[in-house]
Ligand binder design. Structure first.
Ligand SMILES: [Zn+2]
Length: 276
Protein backbone atom coordinates (compact mmCIF):
# COMPACT_ATOMS: atom_id res chain seq x y z
CA UNK A 1 0.00 0.00 0.00
CA UNK A 2 1.24 3.50 -0.76
CA UNK A 3 2.28 5.82 2.00
CA UNK A 4 0.40 8.90 0.80
CA UNK A 5 1.91 11.29 3.34
CA UNK A 6 5.40 10.33 2.13
CA UNK A 7 4.35 10.66 -1.53
CA UNK A 8 3.00 14.17 -0.89
CA UNK A 9 6.20 14.99 1.00
CA UNK A 10 8.42 13.88 -1.90
CA UNK A 11 6.22 15.79 -4.36
CA UNK A 12 6.73 18.90 -2.23
CA UNK A 13 10.51 18.38 -1.96
CA UNK A 14 10.66 17.82 -5.72
CA UNK A 15 8.70 21.01 -6.44
CA UNK A 16 11.04 23.04 -4.20
CA UNK A 17 14.01 21.56 -6.07
CA UNK A 18 12.18 22.44 -9.31
CA UNK A 19 11.96 26.04 -8.12
CA UNK A 20 15.75 26.01 -7.68
CA UNK A 21 16.18 24.43 -11.13
CA UNK A 22 14.36 27.45 -12.62
CA UNK A 23 17.09 29.63 -11.12
CA UNK A 24 19.83 27.31 -12.46
CA UNK A 25 18.36 27.31 -15.99
CA UNK A 26 18.08 31.12 -15.99
CA UNK A 27 21.42 31.99 -14.42
CA UNK A 28 23.93 29.28 -15.43
CA UNK A 29 24.15 30.45 -19.09
CA UNK A 30 24.74 34.02 -17.84
CA UNK A 31 27.62 32.85 -15.65
CA UNK A 32 25.79 34.12 -12.55
CA UNK A 33 25.71 32.59 -9.08
CA UNK A 34 22.78 30.22 -8.59
CA UNK A 35 22.61 30.83 -4.81
CA UNK A 36 22.67 34.63 -4.50
CA UNK A 37 21.17 37.16 -4.80
CA UNK A 38 17.55 36.19 -4.11
CA UNK A 39 15.23 36.18 -7.13
CA UNK A 40 13.92 39.53 -8.35
CA UNK A 41 11.30 40.55 -10.87
CA UNK A 42 13.23 41.25 -14.09
CA UNK A 43 11.17 44.43 -14.76
CA UNK A 44 10.53 46.21 -11.44
CA UNK A 45 13.56 44.63 -9.69
CA UNK A 46 11.48 43.99 -6.56
CA UNK A 47 12.79 41.02 -4.57
CA UNK A 48 10.31 38.13 -4.61
CA UNK A 49 8.99 37.46 -1.09
CA UNK A 50 9.05 33.88 0.23
CA UNK A 51 5.23 33.72 0.20
CA UNK A 52 5.25 34.67 -3.49
CA UNK A 53 7.85 31.97 -4.22
CA UNK A 54 5.94 28.86 -3.09
CA UNK A 55 6.21 26.27 -5.90
CA UNK A 56 3.19 26.18 -8.27
CA UNK A 57 0.84 27.70 -5.63
CA UNK A 58 2.20 31.26 -5.78
CA UNK A 59 2.07 31.34 -9.57
CA UNK A 60 -1.61 30.33 -9.45
CA UNK A 61 -2.52 32.73 -6.58
CA UNK A 62 -0.79 35.66 -8.29
CA UNK A 63 -2.55 34.91 -11.59
CA UNK A 64 0.80 34.38 -13.38
CA UNK A 65 1.87 37.99 -12.74
CA UNK A 66 4.41 39.88 -10.64
CA UNK A 67 2.65 41.13 -7.46
CA UNK A 68 4.20 44.57 -7.81
CA UNK A 69 4.28 45.49 -11.52
CA UNK A 70 1.98 42.80 -13.02
CA UNK A 71 4.69 41.59 -15.43
CA UNK A 72 3.43 38.21 -16.78
CA UNK A 73 5.37 35.21 -15.37
CA UNK A 74 5.96 32.35 -17.81
CA UNK A 75 4.07 29.07 -17.19
CA UNK A 76 7.51 27.47 -17.64
CA UNK A 77 8.23 28.17 -13.94
CA UNK A 78 5.32 26.20 -12.41
CA UNK A 79 5.75 23.56 -15.15
CA UNK A 80 9.32 22.79 -14.05
CA UNK A 81 8.16 22.73 -10.40
CA UNK A 82 5.27 20.40 -11.27
CA UNK A 83 7.52 18.07 -13.33
CA UNK A 84 10.16 17.85 -10.59
CA UNK A 85 7.42 17.32 -7.98
CA UNK A 86 6.05 14.39 -10.00
CA UNK A 87 9.58 12.99 -10.51
CA UNK A 88 10.16 13.23 -6.73
CA UNK A 89 6.90 11.41 -5.91
CA UNK A 90 7.32 8.68 -8.56
CA UNK A 91 10.98 8.17 -7.60
CA UNK A 92 9.91 7.50 -4.01
CA UNK A 93 7.19 5.07 -5.12
CA UNK A 94 9.64 3.22 -7.39
CA UNK A 95 12.74 3.14 -5.18
CA UNK A 96 11.41 3.56 -1.62
CA UNK A 97 13.51 5.09 1.14
CA UNK A 98 16.80 3.62 -0.11
CA UNK A 99 20.38 4.57 -0.90
CA UNK A 100 19.41 4.43 -4.57
CA UNK A 101 16.76 7.14 -4.04
CA UNK A 102 19.52 9.31 -2.58
CA UNK A 103 21.68 8.63 -5.67
CA UNK A 104 18.94 8.97 -8.28
CA UNK A 105 17.14 12.07 -7.00
CA UNK A 106 19.98 14.59 -7.64
CA UNK A 107 20.68 12.93 -11.01
CA UNK A 108 16.99 13.27 -11.95
CA UNK A 109 17.07 16.95 -10.98
CA UNK A 110 20.23 17.60 -13.03
CA UNK A 111 18.61 15.84 -16.02
CA UNK A 112 15.61 18.20 -15.80
CA UNK A 113 17.88 21.26 -15.73
CA UNK A 114 19.68 19.86 -18.80
CA UNK A 115 16.32 19.41 -20.60
CA UNK A 116 15.57 23.13 -20.44
CA UNK A 117 19.17 24.34 -20.93
CA UNK A 118 19.35 22.23 -24.10
CA UNK A 119 16.00 23.61 -25.34
CA UNK A 120 16.99 27.22 -24.53
CA UNK A 121 20.68 27.20 -25.45
CA UNK A 122 21.56 23.86 -27.14
CA UNK A 123 23.79 23.36 -24.12
CA UNK A 124 24.44 20.23 -22.05
CA UNK A 125 26.88 21.75 -19.54
CA UNK A 126 29.88 19.72 -18.31
CA UNK A 127 29.44 21.50 -14.98
CA UNK A 128 26.21 19.48 -14.59
CA UNK A 129 27.03 16.17 -16.33
CA UNK A 130 30.43 15.58 -14.68
CA UNK A 131 29.25 15.84 -11.03
CA UNK A 132 26.19 13.71 -11.93
CA UNK A 133 28.49 11.06 -13.46
CA UNK A 134 30.70 11.01 -10.34
CA UNK A 135 27.62 10.76 -8.11
CA UNK A 136 26.09 7.97 -10.23
CA UNK A 137 29.40 6.05 -10.23
CA UNK A 138 29.57 6.30 -6.41
CA UNK A 139 25.95 5.09 -6.31
CA UNK A 140 26.88 1.96 -8.27
CA UNK A 141 28.85 0.77 -5.20
CA UNK A 142 26.13 1.59 -2.64
CA UNK A 143 23.53 -0.99 -1.50
CA UNK A 144 21.11 -1.74 -4.36
CA UNK A 145 23.52 -0.22 -6.89
CA UNK A 146 24.31 -1.77 -10.28
CA UNK A 147 27.93 -2.55 -9.23
CA UNK A 148 31.19 -1.46 -10.85
CA UNK A 149 31.12 -3.99 -13.71
CA UNK A 150 27.71 -2.78 -14.97
CA UNK A 151 28.74 0.84 -14.41
CA UNK A 152 31.89 0.45 -16.55
CA UNK A 153 30.04 -1.56 -19.22
CA UNK A 154 27.42 1.20 -19.08
CA UNK A 155 29.98 3.54 -20.64
CA UNK A 156 30.19 1.33 -23.75
CA UNK A 157 27.15 2.81 -25.60
CA UNK A 158 28.57 6.32 -25.07
CA UNK A 159 32.01 5.23 -26.35
CA UNK A 160 30.38 3.63 -29.40
CA UNK A 161 28.38 6.81 -30.14
CA UNK A 162 31.48 8.94 -29.57
CA UNK A 163 33.26 6.86 -32.23
CA UNK A 164 30.33 7.31 -34.63
CA UNK A 165 30.23 11.07 -33.99
CA UNK A 166 33.98 11.26 -34.61
CA UNK A 167 33.72 9.29 -37.88
CA UNK A 168 30.72 11.40 -39.03
CA UNK A 169 32.68 14.59 -38.36
CA UNK A 170 35.76 13.26 -40.23
CA UNK A 171 33.76 12.15 -43.25
CA UNK A 172 31.17 14.94 -43.62
CA UNK A 173 33.03 17.79 -41.83
CA UNK A 174 29.71 18.44 -40.06
CA UNK A 175 28.80 17.88 -36.45
CA UNK A 176 26.00 15.29 -36.39
CA UNK A 177 25.87 14.68 -32.67
CA UNK A 178 27.13 17.01 -29.96
CA UNK A 179 29.68 15.79 -27.41
CA UNK A 180 27.24 16.99 -24.72
CA UNK A 181 24.78 14.29 -25.81
CA UNK A 182 27.56 11.66 -25.70
CA UNK A 183 28.43 12.68 -22.12
CA UNK A 184 24.74 12.53 -21.27
CA UNK A 185 24.62 8.97 -22.60
CA UNK A 186 27.69 8.13 -20.46
CA UNK A 187 25.76 9.42 -17.42
CA UNK A 188 22.79 7.25 -18.43
CA UNK A 189 25.09 4.21 -18.62
CA UNK A 190 26.43 4.84 -15.12
CA UNK A 191 22.86 5.12 -13.78
CA UNK A 192 21.11 2.37 -15.76
CA UNK A 193 23.91 -0.01 -16.79
CA UNK A 194 24.56 -1.02 -20.43
CA UNK A 195 21.17 -2.61 -21.22
CA UNK A 196 19.24 0.16 -19.49
CA UNK A 197 21.21 2.86 -21.31
CA UNK A 198 20.66 1.21 -24.71
CA UNK A 199 16.94 0.86 -23.93
CA UNK A 200 16.70 4.51 -22.86
CA UNK A 201 18.62 5.57 -26.00
CA UNK A 202 16.20 3.51 -28.10
CA UNK A 203 13.15 5.11 -26.41
CA UNK A 204 14.76 8.54 -26.88
CA UNK A 205 15.40 7.96 -30.60
CA UNK A 206 11.85 6.69 -31.32
CA UNK A 207 10.16 9.49 -29.39
CA UNK A 208 12.61 12.06 -30.73
CA UNK A 209 11.74 11.01 -34.29
CA UNK A 210 7.95 11.03 -33.73
CA UNK A 211 7.80 14.22 -31.63
CA UNK A 212 10.45 15.89 -33.81
CA UNK A 213 8.32 15.37 -36.94
CA UNK A 214 5.24 16.74 -35.14
CA UNK A 215 7.14 19.78 -33.78
CA UNK A 216 8.61 20.63 -37.19
CA UNK A 217 5.30 20.01 -39.01
CA UNK A 218 3.51 22.44 -36.66
CA UNK A 219 6.32 25.00 -36.84
CA UNK A 220 7.09 24.55 -33.13
CA UNK A 221 10.83 24.38 -33.83
CA UNK A 222 10.74 28.10 -34.64
CA UNK A 223 10.11 28.70 -30.94
CA UNK A 224 13.47 27.07 -30.16
CA UNK A 225 16.20 29.72 -30.30
CA UNK A 226 18.90 29.07 -32.87
CA UNK A 227 21.91 31.06 -31.68
CA UNK A 228 25.47 30.08 -32.48
CA UNK A 229 27.18 28.41 -29.53
CA UNK A 230 30.35 29.84 -28.07
CA UNK A 231 32.30 27.53 -30.38
CA UNK A 232 30.57 28.95 -33.46
CA UNK A 233 28.41 25.87 -34.09
CA UNK A 234 25.00 26.76 -35.56
CA UNK A 235 22.21 24.17 -35.42
CA UNK A 236 20.41 23.20 -38.61
CA UNK A 237 17.33 25.47 -38.97
CA UNK A 238 15.03 22.49 -38.57
CA UNK A 239 16.99 20.70 -35.86
CA UNK A 240 15.58 20.15 -32.38
CA UNK A 241 17.82 19.31 -29.41
CA UNK A 242 18.20 15.61 -28.51
CA UNK A 243 19.14 16.05 -24.83
CA UNK A 244 15.49 16.35 -23.67
CA UNK A 245 14.68 13.01 -25.32
CA UNK A 246 17.70 11.30 -23.71
CA UNK A 247 16.46 12.58 -20.33
CA UNK A 248 12.91 11.40 -21.15
CA UNK A 249 14.18 7.91 -22.01
CA UNK A 250 16.16 7.80 -18.76
CA UNK A 251 13.12 8.79 -16.68
CA UNK A 252 11.02 6.16 -18.46
CA UNK A 253 13.44 3.26 -17.95
CA UNK A 254 14.24 4.31 -14.37
CA UNK A 255 10.75 5.19 -13.15
CA UNK A 256 8.49 2.96 -15.29
CA UNK A 257 10.59 -0.19 -15.81
CA UNK A 258 7.42 -2.31 -16.11
CA UNK A 259 6.47 -0.40 -19.25
CA UNK A 260 9.81 0.55 -20.79
CA UNK A 261 12.64 -1.68 -19.56
CA UNK A 262 12.05 -4.56 -21.97
CA UNK A 263 10.79 -2.65 -25.03
CA UNK A 264 13.75 -3.67 -27.27
CA UNK A 265 13.30 -7.31 -26.21
CA UNK A 266 9.57 -7.16 -27.01
CA UNK A 267 10.16 -5.56 -30.40
CA UNK A 268 12.84 -8.15 -31.19
CA UNK A 269 10.41 -10.92 -30.18
CA UNK A 270 7.76 -9.43 -32.45
CA UNK A 271 10.14 -9.03 -35.42
CA UNK A 272 11.91 -12.40 -35.18
CA UNK A 273 9.01 -14.49 -36.59
CA UNK A 274 8.83 -12.13 -39.60
CA UNK A 275 12.44 -12.95 -40.47
CA UNK A 276 11.90 -16.69 -40.53
ZN1 LIG B 1 7.64 43.22 -11.20
Amino acid sequence: MFDWAAIVYFFFVGSVVGSFLNVVVARLPEGLSVVSPRSRCPRCQKQIAWYDNIPIVSWLLLGAKCRNCKLPVSPRYPLVELLMGCIGAVSFVQLGLTWQLLVWFPVAAILLAIVFLDIDHWWVPDVLTYPAMAWALAGAFLPGGIGWVAALLGLAPALFLWGLAWAFLKITKREGLGLGDVKLLALMGLVLGPMGAVTALFCAAIQGAVIGVIVIATGGHKAIPQPANDDGWVPHPRAIPFGPFLALGTYEVMLMPDVFADIPARIAAALLPLLQ
